[in-house]
Design a protein around this ligand. Structure first.
Ligand code: DGJ
Length: 374
Protein backbone atom coordinates (compact mmCIF):
# COMPACT_ATOMS: atom_id res chain seq x y z
CA UNK A 1 0.00 0.00 0.00
CA UNK A 2 2.80 2.38 1.09
CA UNK A 3 4.74 1.45 -2.04
CA UNK A 4 1.71 2.26 -4.17
CA UNK A 5 1.33 5.68 -2.58
CA UNK A 6 5.01 6.38 -3.21
CA UNK A 7 4.55 5.35 -6.83
CA UNK A 8 1.51 7.59 -7.27
CA UNK A 9 3.38 10.49 -5.68
CA UNK A 10 6.41 9.98 -7.96
CA UNK A 11 4.17 9.85 -11.04
CA UNK A 12 2.47 13.05 -9.86
CA UNK A 13 5.82 14.81 -9.44
CA UNK A 14 7.11 13.71 -12.82
CA UNK A 15 3.93 14.66 -14.63
CA UNK A 16 2.78 17.82 -12.94
CA UNK A 17 5.77 19.54 -11.38
CA UNK A 18 7.16 20.82 -14.71
CA UNK A 19 3.68 22.12 -15.56
CA UNK A 20 3.34 23.90 -12.21
CA UNK A 21 6.81 25.47 -12.58
CA UNK A 22 6.18 26.44 -16.17
CA UNK A 23 2.95 28.11 -15.18
CA UNK A 24 4.53 30.01 -12.26
CA UNK A 25 7.41 31.30 -14.39
CA UNK A 26 5.32 31.95 -17.48
CA UNK A 27 3.30 34.43 -15.41
CA UNK A 28 6.40 36.44 -14.47
CA UNK A 29 8.58 36.67 -17.54
CA UNK A 30 9.00 40.43 -17.82
CA UNK A 31 9.94 43.11 -15.35
CA UNK A 32 10.36 45.97 -17.81
CA UNK A 33 9.10 47.44 -21.10
CA UNK A 34 11.14 47.03 -24.28
CA UNK A 35 9.51 49.30 -26.87
CA UNK A 36 9.50 47.93 -30.41
CA UNK A 37 10.47 44.38 -29.39
CA UNK A 38 8.44 41.17 -29.50
CA UNK A 39 6.18 41.17 -26.43
CA UNK A 40 4.93 37.70 -25.53
CA UNK A 41 1.75 36.87 -23.64
CA UNK A 42 1.43 34.09 -21.05
CA UNK A 43 1.25 31.55 -23.89
CA UNK A 44 4.49 32.72 -25.49
CA UNK A 45 2.77 34.48 -28.43
CA UNK A 46 3.46 38.07 -29.49
CA UNK A 47 0.60 40.18 -28.10
CA UNK A 48 -2.03 40.77 -30.77
CA UNK A 49 -3.84 43.98 -29.74
CA UNK A 50 -3.06 46.77 -32.19
CA UNK A 51 -4.49 50.29 -32.17
CA UNK A 52 -5.55 49.45 -28.66
CA UNK A 53 -6.15 50.86 -25.24
CA UNK A 54 -5.83 49.85 -21.61
CA UNK A 55 -8.67 49.95 -19.07
CA UNK A 56 -8.07 49.48 -15.35
CA UNK A 57 -10.65 47.75 -13.17
CA UNK A 58 -9.87 47.21 -9.47
CA UNK A 59 -6.13 46.91 -9.98
CA UNK A 60 -6.39 44.65 -13.05
CA UNK A 61 -5.44 46.12 -16.42
CA UNK A 62 -7.19 45.03 -19.61
CA UNK A 63 -5.52 45.65 -22.94
CA UNK A 64 -7.92 45.62 -25.91
CA UNK A 65 -6.81 45.94 -29.50
CA UNK A 66 -7.26 44.87 -33.09
CA UNK A 67 -6.44 41.19 -33.60
CA UNK A 68 -4.39 41.11 -36.81
CA UNK A 69 -3.63 38.15 -39.06
CA UNK A 70 -0.75 37.64 -41.49
CA UNK A 71 -0.65 39.15 -44.98
CA UNK A 72 -2.49 41.99 -46.62
CA UNK A 73 -5.84 40.56 -45.51
CA UNK A 74 -4.71 41.30 -41.95
CA UNK A 75 -5.52 44.96 -42.58
CA UNK A 76 -9.18 43.91 -42.39
CA UNK A 77 -10.91 42.40 -39.35
CA UNK A 78 -10.77 38.63 -39.71
CA UNK A 79 -11.17 37.82 -36.02
CA UNK A 80 -12.17 40.78 -33.85
CA UNK A 81 -10.92 42.58 -30.76
CA UNK A 82 -8.41 40.73 -28.60
CA UNK A 83 -8.26 41.20 -24.83
CA UNK A 84 -5.38 40.56 -22.40
CA UNK A 85 -5.20 41.14 -18.65
CA UNK A 86 -2.33 42.03 -16.35
CA UNK A 87 -1.67 43.12 -12.79
CA UNK A 88 1.78 44.61 -13.43
CA UNK A 89 1.54 45.87 -17.08
CA UNK A 90 4.61 43.81 -18.06
CA UNK A 91 3.09 40.31 -18.11
CA UNK A 92 -0.15 39.79 -20.01
CA UNK A 93 -2.59 36.89 -19.90
CA UNK A 94 -4.51 36.06 -23.05
CA UNK A 95 -8.22 36.55 -22.29
CA UNK A 96 -9.27 35.65 -25.83
CA UNK A 97 -11.41 37.54 -28.33
CA UNK A 98 -13.63 40.04 -26.52
CA UNK A 99 -15.63 41.06 -29.61
CA UNK A 100 -15.89 38.64 -32.51
CA UNK A 101 -16.57 39.70 -36.07
CA UNK A 102 -19.69 38.08 -37.49
CA UNK A 103 -20.02 35.30 -40.06
CA UNK A 104 -23.29 36.90 -41.12
CA UNK A 105 -22.36 38.98 -44.16
CA UNK A 106 -25.24 41.35 -43.53
CA UNK A 107 -23.91 42.32 -40.10
CA UNK A 108 -22.22 45.72 -39.75
CA UNK A 109 -19.26 43.85 -38.24
CA UNK A 110 -19.15 41.10 -40.87
CA UNK A 111 -15.81 39.26 -41.10
CA UNK A 112 -13.58 41.26 -43.45
CA UNK A 113 -14.89 44.66 -42.38
CA UNK A 114 -12.38 47.19 -41.00
CA UNK A 115 -12.59 47.51 -37.24
CA UNK A 116 -9.96 49.81 -35.73
CA UNK A 117 -8.82 51.46 -32.51
CA UNK A 118 -11.24 49.79 -30.05
CA UNK A 119 -11.43 51.51 -26.65
CA UNK A 120 -13.31 50.19 -23.62
CA UNK A 121 -14.74 52.20 -20.74
CA UNK A 122 -16.65 51.02 -17.68
CA UNK A 123 -19.92 52.73 -16.85
CA UNK A 124 -20.24 52.89 -13.05
CA UNK A 125 -23.99 53.57 -13.21
CA UNK A 126 -25.02 50.77 -15.54
CA UNK A 127 -22.13 48.46 -14.51
CA UNK A 128 -21.58 47.72 -18.21
CA UNK A 129 -18.36 47.68 -20.19
CA UNK A 130 -18.76 49.75 -23.33
CA UNK A 131 -16.49 49.35 -26.34
CA UNK A 132 -16.33 52.01 -29.07
CA UNK A 133 -14.42 51.52 -32.30
CA UNK A 134 -13.95 52.88 -35.80
CA UNK A 135 -15.93 50.75 -38.22
CA UNK A 136 -15.76 50.46 -41.99
CA UNK A 137 -18.39 48.27 -43.65
CA UNK A 138 -17.35 45.16 -45.57
CA UNK A 139 -16.06 45.87 -49.05
CA UNK A 140 -16.46 49.64 -48.81
CA UNK A 141 -12.86 50.64 -48.12
CA UNK A 142 -12.78 53.60 -45.75
CA UNK A 143 -15.93 55.31 -47.02
CA UNK A 144 -18.45 54.40 -44.29
CA UNK A 145 -16.46 56.16 -41.51
CA UNK A 146 -18.75 55.01 -38.71
CA UNK A 147 -18.52 54.70 -34.96
CA UNK A 148 -19.43 51.25 -33.64
CA UNK A 149 -20.43 50.32 -30.11
CA UNK A 150 -20.60 47.02 -28.23
CA UNK A 151 -21.52 46.12 -24.62
CA UNK A 152 -20.41 43.51 -22.09
CA UNK A 153 -21.07 42.53 -18.49
CA UNK A 154 -17.48 41.45 -17.91
CA UNK A 155 -14.23 43.17 -18.81
CA UNK A 156 -13.01 40.30 -20.96
CA UNK A 157 -16.34 40.10 -22.78
CA UNK A 158 -18.05 38.66 -24.66
CA UNK A 159 -19.02 42.08 -26.05
CA UNK A 160 -22.31 42.19 -27.90
CA UNK A 161 -22.34 44.46 -30.94
CA UNK A 162 -25.08 47.10 -30.53
CA UNK A 163 -24.97 49.37 -33.61
CA UNK A 164 -22.85 51.61 -35.81
CA UNK A 165 -23.56 55.04 -37.21
CA UNK A 166 -22.18 58.44 -38.10
CA UNK A 167 -22.50 60.69 -35.05
CA UNK A 168 -24.47 63.89 -34.60
CA UNK A 169 -26.59 64.20 -37.77
CA UNK A 170 -28.16 67.64 -38.28
CA UNK A 171 -26.26 69.12 -35.35
CA UNK A 172 -23.98 72.12 -35.32
CA UNK A 173 -20.95 72.30 -33.05
CA UNK A 174 -21.09 74.33 -29.86
CA UNK A 175 -18.85 77.35 -29.46
CA UNK A 176 -18.07 77.55 -25.75
CA UNK A 177 -15.39 80.25 -26.06
CA UNK A 178 -14.54 83.30 -28.13
CA UNK A 179 -11.83 81.43 -30.03
CA UNK A 180 -14.16 78.69 -31.28
CA UNK A 181 -16.83 81.26 -32.08
CA UNK A 182 -14.36 82.86 -34.51
CA UNK A 183 -14.29 79.59 -36.45
CA UNK A 184 -18.04 79.01 -36.48
CA UNK A 185 -19.05 76.99 -39.51
CA UNK A 186 -21.29 78.67 -42.01
CA UNK A 187 -22.87 76.13 -44.31
CA UNK A 188 -24.28 78.73 -46.69
CA UNK A 189 -20.69 79.65 -47.49
CA UNK A 190 -18.13 77.15 -46.09
CA UNK A 191 -14.85 78.95 -45.31
CA UNK A 192 -12.55 76.04 -46.16
CA UNK A 193 -12.41 72.41 -47.35
CA UNK A 194 -13.06 70.98 -43.91
CA UNK A 195 -16.12 73.17 -43.32
CA UNK A 196 -17.33 71.98 -46.73
CA UNK A 197 -17.07 68.30 -45.67
CA UNK A 198 -18.78 69.13 -42.39
CA UNK A 199 -21.73 70.74 -44.19
CA UNK A 200 -21.93 67.95 -46.76
CA UNK A 201 -22.21 65.36 -43.95
CA UNK A 202 -24.74 67.15 -41.76
CA UNK A 203 -27.80 65.19 -42.96
CA UNK A 204 -26.29 61.70 -42.49
CA UNK A 205 -24.02 62.37 -39.52
CA UNK A 206 -20.35 63.23 -39.26
CA UNK A 207 -17.57 60.88 -40.38
CA UNK A 208 -15.89 59.06 -37.50
CA UNK A 209 -12.55 57.35 -38.10
CA UNK A 210 -9.48 57.27 -35.77
CA UNK A 211 -10.83 57.60 -32.25
CA UNK A 212 -10.60 57.31 -28.53
CA UNK A 213 -13.02 57.54 -25.60
CA UNK A 214 -12.25 59.56 -22.51
CA UNK A 215 -14.09 59.41 -19.16
CA UNK A 216 -13.72 62.51 -17.01
CA UNK A 217 -13.62 62.56 -13.19
CA UNK A 218 -17.35 63.37 -13.05
CA UNK A 219 -18.17 60.17 -14.99
CA UNK A 220 -19.05 61.99 -18.24
CA UNK A 221 -17.65 60.29 -21.34
CA UNK A 222 -16.45 61.81 -24.60
CA UNK A 223 -15.78 60.32 -28.02
CA UNK A 224 -12.91 62.02 -29.85
CA UNK A 225 -12.56 61.16 -33.53
CA UNK A 226 -11.08 62.20 -36.86
CA UNK A 227 -13.92 63.60 -38.92
CA UNK A 228 -14.50 65.63 -42.09
CA UNK A 229 -12.38 63.32 -44.31
CA UNK A 230 -9.78 63.29 -41.49
CA UNK A 231 -9.31 67.05 -41.72
CA UNK A 232 -10.71 67.94 -38.29
CA UNK A 233 -11.11 66.29 -34.89
CA UNK A 234 -14.47 66.21 -33.15
CA UNK A 235 -14.84 65.90 -29.40
CA UNK A 236 -18.41 64.73 -28.73
CA UNK A 237 -20.28 64.12 -25.49
CA UNK A 238 -21.72 60.64 -24.92
CA UNK A 239 -25.01 59.92 -23.17
CA UNK A 240 -24.97 58.90 -19.49
CA UNK A 241 -25.00 55.19 -20.43
CA UNK A 242 -22.11 55.85 -22.88
CA UNK A 243 -24.08 54.18 -25.69
CA UNK A 244 -24.96 57.16 -27.87
CA UNK A 245 -24.00 60.74 -28.71
CA UNK A 246 -25.88 63.62 -27.08
CA UNK A 247 -25.46 65.97 -30.05
CA UNK A 248 -23.10 68.31 -28.19
CA UNK A 249 -19.64 68.53 -29.74
CA UNK A 250 -16.76 70.82 -30.66
CA UNK A 251 -14.34 70.82 -33.58
CA UNK A 252 -10.60 70.85 -32.84
CA UNK A 253 -7.67 72.03 -34.96
CA UNK A 254 -9.83 72.62 -38.03
CA UNK A 255 -8.39 71.47 -41.34
CA UNK A 256 -5.09 70.24 -39.85
CA UNK A 257 -5.56 66.47 -40.35
CA UNK A 258 -5.07 64.98 -36.90
CA UNK A 259 -5.37 61.21 -36.40
CA UNK A 260 -4.78 58.76 -33.56
CA UNK A 261 -6.07 60.91 -30.65
CA UNK A 262 -5.24 59.94 -27.05
CA UNK A 263 -6.46 62.02 -24.08
CA UNK A 264 -5.58 62.37 -20.42
CA UNK A 265 -5.99 64.79 -17.55
CA UNK A 266 -3.18 65.86 -15.24
CA UNK A 267 -3.32 68.43 -12.44
CA UNK A 268 -6.65 69.75 -13.71
CA UNK A 269 -5.53 70.29 -17.32
CA UNK A 270 -6.58 68.22 -20.33
CA UNK A 271 -3.92 66.91 -22.69
CA UNK A 272 -4.21 65.25 -26.05
CA UNK A 273 -1.60 63.59 -28.25
CA UNK A 274 -2.32 62.77 -31.88
CA UNK A 275 -0.53 62.21 -35.17
CA UNK A 276 -0.59 63.62 -38.66
CA UNK A 277 -2.37 61.78 -41.43
CA UNK A 278 0.00 59.60 -43.52
CA UNK A 279 -1.71 56.19 -43.67
CA UNK A 280 0.35 53.51 -41.90
CA UNK A 281 3.60 55.49 -42.24
CA UNK A 282 4.87 57.32 -39.15
CA UNK A 283 4.85 61.11 -38.95
CA UNK A 284 5.53 63.65 -36.17
CA UNK A 285 3.24 63.41 -33.15
CA UNK A 286 1.43 66.55 -31.97
CA UNK A 287 0.09 67.57 -28.59
CA UNK A 288 -2.59 69.91 -27.33
CA UNK A 289 -3.57 71.33 -23.97
CA UNK A 290 -6.85 72.78 -22.65
CA UNK A 291 -8.19 74.07 -19.34
CA UNK A 292 -11.65 72.73 -20.14
CA UNK A 293 -12.63 69.62 -22.07
CA UNK A 294 -14.63 72.00 -24.29
CA UNK A 295 -11.49 73.89 -25.21
CA UNK A 296 -9.95 75.96 -26.51
CA UNK A 297 -7.45 73.22 -27.31
CA UNK A 298 -4.08 74.80 -27.91
CA UNK A 299 -1.71 73.16 -30.41
CA UNK A 300 1.73 72.73 -28.79
CA UNK A 301 3.89 71.00 -31.42
CA UNK A 302 5.71 67.67 -31.20
CA UNK A 303 6.01 66.15 -27.71
CA UNK A 304 8.72 63.70 -28.84
CA UNK A 305 12.32 64.73 -28.28
CA UNK A 306 15.71 63.29 -29.23
CA UNK A 307 16.67 60.83 -31.94
CA UNK A 308 13.69 59.42 -33.84
CA UNK A 309 11.36 62.11 -32.52
CA UNK A 310 10.55 63.49 -35.99
CA UNK A 311 8.73 60.22 -36.77
CA UNK A 312 7.40 59.37 -33.30
CA UNK A 313 10.14 56.71 -33.06
CA UNK A 314 8.42 54.85 -35.91
CA UNK A 315 5.07 54.70 -34.09
CA UNK A 316 1.65 56.31 -33.95
CA UNK A 317 -0.24 57.16 -30.76
CA UNK A 318 -3.13 54.99 -29.65
CA UNK A 319 -3.74 55.54 -25.93
CA UNK A 320 -2.40 57.23 -22.80
CA UNK A 321 -3.15 56.08 -19.28
CA UNK A 322 -2.06 56.68 -15.69
CA UNK A 323 0.88 54.62 -14.49
CA UNK A 324 0.10 52.46 -11.45
CA UNK A 325 1.76 53.41 -8.18
CA UNK A 326 2.20 57.03 -9.29
CA UNK A 327 0.10 60.01 -8.37
CA UNK A 328 -0.06 61.56 -11.76
CA UNK A 329 2.33 60.05 -14.28
CA UNK A 330 1.30 58.72 -17.66
CA UNK A 331 2.27 56.03 -20.15
CA UNK A 332 2.20 56.75 -23.89
CA UNK A 333 1.10 53.77 -26.01
CA UNK A 334 1.84 53.71 -29.74
CA UNK A 335 1.78 51.23 -32.62
CA UNK A 336 4.60 50.47 -34.97
CA UNK A 337 2.52 49.36 -37.94
CA UNK A 338 3.68 46.71 -40.42
CA UNK A 339 0.91 46.86 -43.04
CA UNK A 340 2.49 44.21 -45.32
CA UNK A 341 2.21 41.73 -42.49
CA UNK A 342 0.03 43.42 -39.86
CA UNK A 343 0.39 40.63 -37.29
CA UNK A 344 4.06 41.66 -36.93
CA UNK A 345 3.19 45.15 -35.64
CA UNK A 346 5.06 46.11 -32.47
CA UNK A 347 4.15 48.32 -29.53
CA UNK A 348 5.91 51.37 -28.19
CA UNK A 349 5.14 52.17 -24.58
CA UNK A 350 7.06 55.17 -23.29
CA UNK A 351 6.89 57.31 -20.15
CA UNK A 352 5.56 60.84 -20.52
CA UNK A 353 7.58 63.59 -18.83
CA UNK A 354 6.73 67.21 -18.18
CA UNK A 355 9.46 69.80 -18.29
CA UNK A 356 8.34 73.27 -17.19
CA UNK A 357 4.82 72.52 -18.35
CA UNK A 358 5.95 71.06 -21.69
CA UNK A 359 5.12 67.48 -22.52
CA UNK A 360 8.13 65.35 -23.45
CA UNK A 361 8.37 61.80 -24.74
CA UNK A 362 11.82 60.39 -25.36
CA UNK A 363 13.04 57.03 -26.54
CA UNK A 364 13.95 54.40 -23.98
CA UNK A 365 15.24 50.94 -25.02
CA UNK A 366 14.21 49.45 -21.74
CA UNK A 367 12.40 50.98 -18.78
CA UNK A 368 10.14 50.13 -15.89
CA UNK A 369 7.67 51.83 -13.61
CA UNK A 370 10.38 52.95 -11.21
CA UNK A 371 11.43 55.72 -13.67
CA UNK A 372 9.21 58.15 -11.81
CA UNK A 373 10.76 57.31 -8.46
CA UNK A 374 14.25 58.45 -9.50
C1 DGJ B 1 -3.93 55.64 -40.02
C2 DGJ B 1 -4.84 55.34 -38.88
O1 DGJ B 1 -4.31 55.91 -37.74
C3 DGJ B 1 -4.98 53.84 -38.72
O2 DGJ B 1 -5.82 53.55 -37.62
C4 DGJ B 1 -5.52 53.29 -40.00
O3 DGJ B 1 -6.81 53.78 -40.22
C5 DGJ B 1 -4.62 53.68 -41.16
N1 DGJ B 1 -4.46 55.10 -41.23
C6 DGJ B 1 -5.13 53.16 -42.46
O4 DGJ B 1 -4.32 53.62 -43.51
Amino acid sequence: MLLNLKKVFTIFLVLFLPLIFHHAFAQQRYNNFKPGKIWEDNKGKHINAHGGGVTEIDGVYYWYGEHKVAGNIGNTAQVGVHCYSSKDLYNWKDEGIALKVSDDLSSDIAKGCILERPKVVFNKRTKKFVMWFHLELLGKGYEAARAGVAIADRASGPFLFARSYRPNPNKLPVYPNAESQKQAVNCSSPANKSDGFFCRDMPGGQMARDMTVYVDDDGKAYHIFSSEENFTLHLAELSDDYLSHTGKFIRIYIGQQTEAPALFKKDGKYYMVGSGCTGWAPNPARWFVADSIWGPWKYMGNPCIGEGSALTFGGQSTHIFKAPGTKNQFIFMADQWTPKNPIDGKYLWLPIDFNEGKMEISWNDRWDLSVWKK
